[in-house]
Design a protein around this ligand. Structure first.
Ligand SMILES: Nc1ncnc2c1ncn2[C@@H]1O[C@H](COP(=O)(O)OP(=O)(O)OP(=O)(O)O)[C@@H](O)[C@H]1O
Length: 702
């Protein structure tokens, strides 16, 4: 059957009206006389386009044996049928949605939207969809990476030194695919779901910066399924939510205030997630066990579901505040994160030094906190919050008033500027008095203008003490949160800020004691497998002892180094020698490490039996590589504990912060014996560096 007869058969009605090529058509396949009649009328003989069309028409007709009119007719019919079908489908789908389908709308201003999108991106059905949106998905610092993705680069003219190379890590990161705008479908638990992703632009008269009108894009997901109950969609959304938080289980989410423009929308938009880091285990924070237990039990009691009723019955506002004070690098922030990890809470970090943060913003931020969370105000002493000595002048008036008496004692950050102005006036009264109008110079004028400018801006920016107190415990402040303030200088804080009710418990941090130095050492070198990844995160009651109690035996702190310092060297055969004489050494592989001197043992503790050490080869040109050294430095638990004691004995009590010790150990993180060997020189260099008050470290102090 040829094409012409096929089309004719398929289109009988059209066929009836169309002349057959053999008997009633022209050579061109057009009806008899049609072109002859129309051409002079339309002037077609002279139209080059028309002539070209006729030429093509005759070529197709004669060479392919197909009547071009039929082709054109078929295309038209298919196009029309498609249009009719699309219209029909839309009408039928609309009717079906209205009467036989349930649907749920999710707006992108809600967390569920992001949870659903993340889930959809992980569904192969969706990824196979033909209409997708690609997004760049970079991995966070704490996300697992495939080590096979890593490349290495050789460095050095002699080819030595193989280093990791991350130059193409972004190129290797797979994009994330989400459903594009439009209609999609997928199956979930044996059910067929329809998904419509749509976007519309809304005009918001106050959306722009400084309240200017702006168009805002709003996205919506419409999820629907067959049946009159929306239950399957609810289950789907619940599932997506659970999957989303599965990823967050052993993580602590850190949030900071959003940018100025976003903060205007309030609530969910006030805060933005800045990190999702693995939970910091409480055991990794080296702090007096008693202090740890105190704060853990206090927080546990406060967060108990029965507590709000207890507080309400007694008319006490449900708030709890803690002040962590101590020198820099002693673990204040670390403890805050560990606490958030133990209780499975998110951390909301606010910097009062943020120049864009106004008191209204701060208030709004506190009111948009979730029911339970940790709010961290770091280095509160640096925020310039002062109590006004004098009655507030016009320049120091606070933008918000409070019902609380304390809040009237406020000063703006930047009041120093105004004080300087006064001082200037006092120091040169004569100058000011005798200066006639004509004495003014351009430079004076410029200085005055600068002063005015800077004092104006300082009045507008910054948080006053009253503003902070309002936010912490004003009427609108959210109840149920845990507030942690950290400071290096507790004595400089205003008493209104630390009064009971605002600060309920203070935790003091100090520079490392030998006990803490030992614990830090053990934590640094203990084998990976024995270290607990995270604290328990479910809502079941926590076992405080399990979180706190260190597995290390108690140690009596000592103030002086032991009389026989532990020092290792090795002979040319690689055998260990204790040059101090504290270690017995023999020539075979069963080297013996003598127990620590009794001065470093707990009072009344029995001196342990000598420990056996595997023979350690000496560093030589052949085996002096880092890997080799690390292999040699592998320790058993008892060896580690033993060396830790030796290490601690060389750390003068209260002189170095845990952060400093950690820094020293980190540089020798796989070579504990080297750390022990080098610690004395380091201590000496550090002491000298501190005495000279220089910030530049010598090589020995690193
Ligand atoms: N007590 C500690 N136990 C374990 N690690 C500690 C301790 N103190 C400090 N560190 C380590 O030192 C680093 C700095 O600690 P952190 O930020 O908690 O100190 P900080 O007291 O908050 O300092 P700052 O006052 O400067 O903010 C962290 O990496 C932390 O692991």
């Amino acid at each position: 059957m040829d094409f012409n007869s096929l089309v004719r058969g398929a289109l009988p009605t059209f066929g009836a009206n169309v002349s057959h090529p053999g008997n009633s058509s022209t050579e061109n396949g057009l009806p008899d006389g049609l072109l002859d009649t129309l051409s002079p009328l339309l002037g077609l003989q002279f139209n080059p386009l028309m002539r070209l069309f006729m030429l093509l028409h005759s070529l197709i007709g004669s060479h392919l044996g197909i009547d071009p009119t039929y082709i054109l007719t078929s295309v038209g019919v298919i196009w029309a049928a498609n249009k009719v079908w699309a219209q029909l489908y839309t009408t039928l789908y609309g009717l079906a949605r209205q009467y036989f389908m349930a649907s749920v709308e999710v707006s992108n201003s809600d967390d569920i939207y992001f949870q659903m999108m993340k889930w959809l991106a992980a569904q192969p059905e969706m990824v196979d969809s033909r209409s997708l949106t690609a997004e760049t998905a970079s991995k966070g610092a704490w996300e697992e990476e495939d080590e096979s993705d890593l490349t290495t680069a050789r460095v050095g003219s002699d080819g030595s030194g193989v280093y990791l190379n991350f130059s193409n890590q972004e190129a290797k990161a797979a994009p994330r695919f989400t459903p594009a705008m439009g209609l999609h479908s997928f199956w979930f638990r044996g059910r067929y779901f329809k998904l419509q992703r749509k976007q519309e632009s809304l005009f918001d008269p106050t959306a722009g910066v400084q309240g200017t009108p702006q168009y805002k894009d709003k996205e919506t997901l419409v999820l629907s399924c067959f049946g009159r109950s929306p239950e399957p969609i609810k289950q789907l959304l619940q599932h997506a939510k659970e999957q989303y938080y599965l990823d967050h289980q052993a993580k602590t989410i850190v949030r900071r205030p959003s940018g100025q423009a976003m903060r205007r929308y309030g609530h969910r938009h006030s805060w933005q997630q800045v990190a999702n880091r693995p939970v910091r285990a409480m055991k990794t924070v080296v702090l007096d066990d008693e202090q740890k237990i105190r704060i853990l039990s206090d927080m546990n009691e406060y967060l108990h579901p029965a507590t709000p009723r207890w507080y309400a019955n007694r008319g006490i506002p449900l708030r709890r505040g803690y002040l962590f004070h101590g020198p820099p690098g002693t673990g204040k922030t670390s403890l805050s994160f560990a606490l958030a990890g133990v209780f499975g809470l998110d951390i909301y970090v606010i910097s009062l030094l943020d120049p864009t943060l106004t008191e209204e913003d701060l208030l709004a931020l506190f009111t948009s906190l979730p029911r339970r969370c940790v709010v961290l105000l770091e280095d509160i002493d640096t925020a310039g919050l002062k109590r006004a000595e004098d009655p507030p002048s016009s320049s120091s008036s606070s933008s918000s008033s409070s019902e609380d008496d304390d809040t009237n004692k406020s000063t703006q950050v930047g009041k120093d500027e105004a004080d300087n102005k006064d001082k200037d006036k006092k120091s040169s009264p004569k100058k000011a008095r005798h200066k006639s109008k004509n004495d003014w110079k351009v430079s004076d004028l410029a200085r005055e203008l600068k002063r005015h400018g800077s004092s104006d801006s300082s009045e507008k920016k910054g948080i006053s003490l009253s503003g902070l107190l309002n936010a912490i415990d004003g009427v609108a402040s959210h109840e149920g949160r845990v507030l942690i303030m950290t400071t290096n200088k507790p004595e400089t804080l205003d008493e209104a800020l630390v009064r009971p009710g605002r600060i309920d418990l203070q935790v003091s941090f100090t520079n490392a004691t030998p006990l803490q130095a030992r614990e830090l050492f053990v934590r640094m070198y203990e084998p990976e497998s024995t270290r607990s990844g995270s604290d328990s995160l479910d809502a079941s009651p926590i076992d405080i002892k399990e979180h706190v109690l260190s597995p290390l035996p108690p140690l009596t702190p000592f103030s002086e180094p032991p009389p026989t310092p532990f020092s290792l060297s090795s002979d040319k055969d690689g055998n260990m020698t204790d040059v101090s004489g504290a270690t017995e050494v023999d020539d075979d592989d069963d080297d013996v490490l003598s127990p620590p001197p009794s001065s470093v043992l707990p009072t009344g503790a029995k001196k342990p039996a000598p420990l056996k050490l595997a023979a350690l080869p000496s560093p030589s040109p052949h085996n002096n590589t880092l890997v080799e050294q690390q292999r040699r430095e592998r320790l058993t638990a008892s060896e580690l504990s033993h060396i830790a004691v030796q290490f601690a004995s060389k750390i003068p009590s209260g002189q170095f912060s845990p952060a400093e010790l950690q820094g020293f150990l980190l540089k020798r993180k796989k070579t504990p014996r080297r750390a022990l060997e080098e610690v004395e020189a380091w201590v000496q260099a550090m002491v000298e560096q501190k005495a000279s008050r220089t910030r530049v470290l010598s090589m020995a102090a690193q």
